[in-house]
Ligand binder design. Structure first.
Ligand SMILES: Cc1cc2nc3c(=O)[nH]c(=O)nc-3n(C[C@H](O)[C@H](O)[C@H](O)COP(=O)(O)O)c2cc1C
Length: 334
């Protein structure tokens, strides 16, 4: 990854591709790739993961490790997905179109993982990545636009044969989008239900940080949620996602899929989320660096590294398949 970061640094003006992507140096850089305000929520996402420790257990047999997972009927090689990141040029200062960026991700992931794509006031941010859809699986992530615009964009993604869609409802907090045309808005449970009913394909709501919000998504008929604070880009001084995950998992009690993102960097980070009950993990900024730095090769290398690390962690903690990863595999120190 060092080589990929070196290459990426030469191709971007707004991200330093730090040795550890932890939100410290880029605090407040939005647009850019930092966290909002003092950057504390992004920083906390990364730092609280270090307070989940692995319980090593090597008294085990020698059967091979299988970390493959199911994503709404599609088999993936590991329960790690690419988080939606839009406006690559504006946020990274990289000369890469949304389509080039998404193609690097989709081709790099092949059939091993799935790419969530982003959205923006400019319709191209949503639609350009969908041209990569014939090459692979994409989950378009639509901003929480006011009702008519939301429906218009749902129609558009459905004509691109996407079979699952997502909405990052926490983008209602992005000031630039609140004031613009079209405008985003906050969604209550009724609005969420309207979206689910209109879409008629499985819908995932991203930006859930409390058990009440998770239950509203569940009651609205969501197929899944992403426990997410938008990588710390919509609220400063917020809790990290790993801190709220377990309570949400308990409240949902297996009735819909739970994904999580924010600060996950390695296969052992992914293991920690699975031990606390997540079905899968989305990773954002490191995949962007991989795609900008070395295109599909960079993405492939990073995905392989994540898989190797996850398998190694599973081995060392006595797990041979994902269902072996249980709460007692980790010790939480917060
Ligand atoms: C530059 C940038 C742009 C983003 N754009 C979007 C977007 O268009 N839609 C969305 O749902 N989330 C967006 N996100 C949030 C990511 O999907 C994800 O929640 C977050 O980056 C996860 O944290 P990580 O980058 O620390 O892994 C963006 C994040 C960054 C850093």
């Amino acid at each position: 990854m060092k080589e990929i970061k070196d290459k990426a640094r030469n191709k971007m003006t707004k991200c330093r591709a730090c040795k550890e992507c932890n939100g410290v140096v880029c605090a407040g850089e939005t647009p850019g790739c930092g966290g909002k305000g003092n950057g504390s929520t992004f920083i906390r996402n990364v730092s609280m993961l270090k307070k989940v420790l692995l319980n090593m257990n090597v008294v085990a047999d020698n059967t091979p490790v299988d970390c493959s997972a199911d994503f709404f009927g599609t088999r993936v090689s590991l329960p790690v997905y690419v988080a939606p990141i839009g406006n690559i040029e504006a946020n990274y200062g990289a000369k890469m179109s949304e389509l080039e960026y998404t193609k690097a991700l989709v081709d790099g992931c092949g059939k091993d993982s799935i790419v969530f794509s982003g959205d923006g006031a400019n319709l191209d941010v949503l639609m350009e990545p969908l041209q990569a859809v014939s090459d692979g699986w994409i989950v378009p992530t639509i901003k929480p636009w006011q009702s008519d615009e939301m429906k218009r964009r749902i129609d558009m993604v459905k004509t691109s044969n996407c079979s699952v869609c997502c909405s990052d409802i926490d983008a209602a907090g992005l000031i630039s989008l609140k004031k613009g045309t079209p405008a985003v808005e906050f969604k209550n449970e009724e609005h969420l239900k309207e979206i689910v009913d209109y879409a008629k394909i499985p819908v995932i709501f991203k930006g859930i940080m409390t058990k009440d919000a998770a239950l509203s998504a569940l009651h609205a008929g969501a197929a899944g949620i992403v426990v997410s604070n938008h990588g710390g880009r919509v609220l400063q001084d917020g809790l990290s996602t790993i801190e709220v995950l377990e309570e949400i998992v308990r409240a949902v009690d297996g009735r819909m899929k739970i994904f999580v993102d924010g600060g996950f960097r390695s296969g052992s980070d992914v293991f920690k989320a699975l031990a606390l009950g997540a079905d899968g993990v989305l990773i954002g900024r490191p995949f962007s660096i991989a795609a900008i730095g070395d295109g599909q090769e960079g993405v492939r290398k990073y995905l392989n590294q994540l898989q190797d690390e996850l398998k190694d962690t599973m081995m060392m903690c006595g797990c041979r398949k994902l269902s072996d990863i249980k709460r007692n595999c980790v010790t939480v120190q917060f």
